[in-house]
Design a protein around this ligand. Structure first.
Ligand SMILES: CC(C)(COP(=O)(O)OP(=O)(O)OC[C@H]1O[C@@H](n2cnc3c(N)ncnc32)[C@H](O)[C@@H]1OP(=O)(O)O)[C@@H](O)C(=O)NCCC(=O)NCCS
Length: 174
């Protein structure tokens, strides 16, 4: 299994993976979101990473640019979404995709990354809810709104609301 920044995986394969991983209830909406984000200039800089075995796609993760009003010098991103082939889950592929993405973002001088997801999962990568940047909408599970500072102290004293790419910014994604 190899994890790499994506350059030429067919978008149809990536969308099909999200459909499969998120299942009947959420799959179509997540695939629609990924499709929109891949063609959204407000999502740039965008980082798309894949886990491959030969030419088979096992996992995909997407990071897109975000902005905190009043903090224009901060480079931030949101992790959304992450999917691993159900037949290959619990083998460290999700963890490897997160680690690869965070390494790339760090090398691109990204200061902090946000995610809305299960704290039990994302805390393993260092994400936590102990920050003061608000999500774009009020959340049913506020403890799921987490951040990770890639530059230590980057979010200290930073209060404001995160603004995401157009495709993520609509209320149905929150
Ligand atoms: C969540 C997901 C990406 C994890 O990928 P993965 O490759 O299976 O994860 P890893 O192998 O890196 O880590 C597995 C560990 O995380 C835990 N884990 C997996 N999915 C989890 C979840 N949804 N919530 C909490 N913990 C989870 C497991 O307990 C496992 O640990 P264990 O094997 O010691 O019990 C994958 O299950 C998936 O694609 N799910 C459907 C889509 C989804 O929910 N994406 C996340 C949206 S925020």
């Amino acid at each position: 299994m190899q994890v790499q920044t994506d350059s030429d995986t067919p978008l149809t394969d990536i969308l099909a993976l999200h459909q499969l991983a998120f299942g009947a209830s959420e799959g179509a909406a997540v695939a629609t979101l990924v499709n929109a984000l891949m063609d959204d200039e407000t999502a740039e800089p965008r980082l798309s990473c894949v886990a491959l075995e030969g030419s088979a796609l096992l996992g995909h993760i997407l990071f897109t640019a975000t902005h905190i009003r009043g903090h224009d010098t901060l480079n931030t991103a949101i992790l959304a979404p992450l999917a691993v082939d159900p037949a290959r889950q619990r083998q460290g592929i999700g963890r490897a995709l997160i680690a690869h993405g965070l390494t790339q973002l760090r090398s691109q001088s990204c200061d902090a990354v946000f995610v809305l997801g299960d704290p039990a999962y994302y805390s393993r990568a260092g994400f936590h809810a102990d920050h003061t940047v608000a999500a774009p909408y009020s959340l049913a599970y506020p403890h799921a709104w987490q951040a990770l500072e890639l530059r230590p102290g980057a979010l200290a004293g930073v209060a404001g609301t995160l603004e995401c790419a157009r495709a993520v910014q609509s209320p149905e994604h929150w």
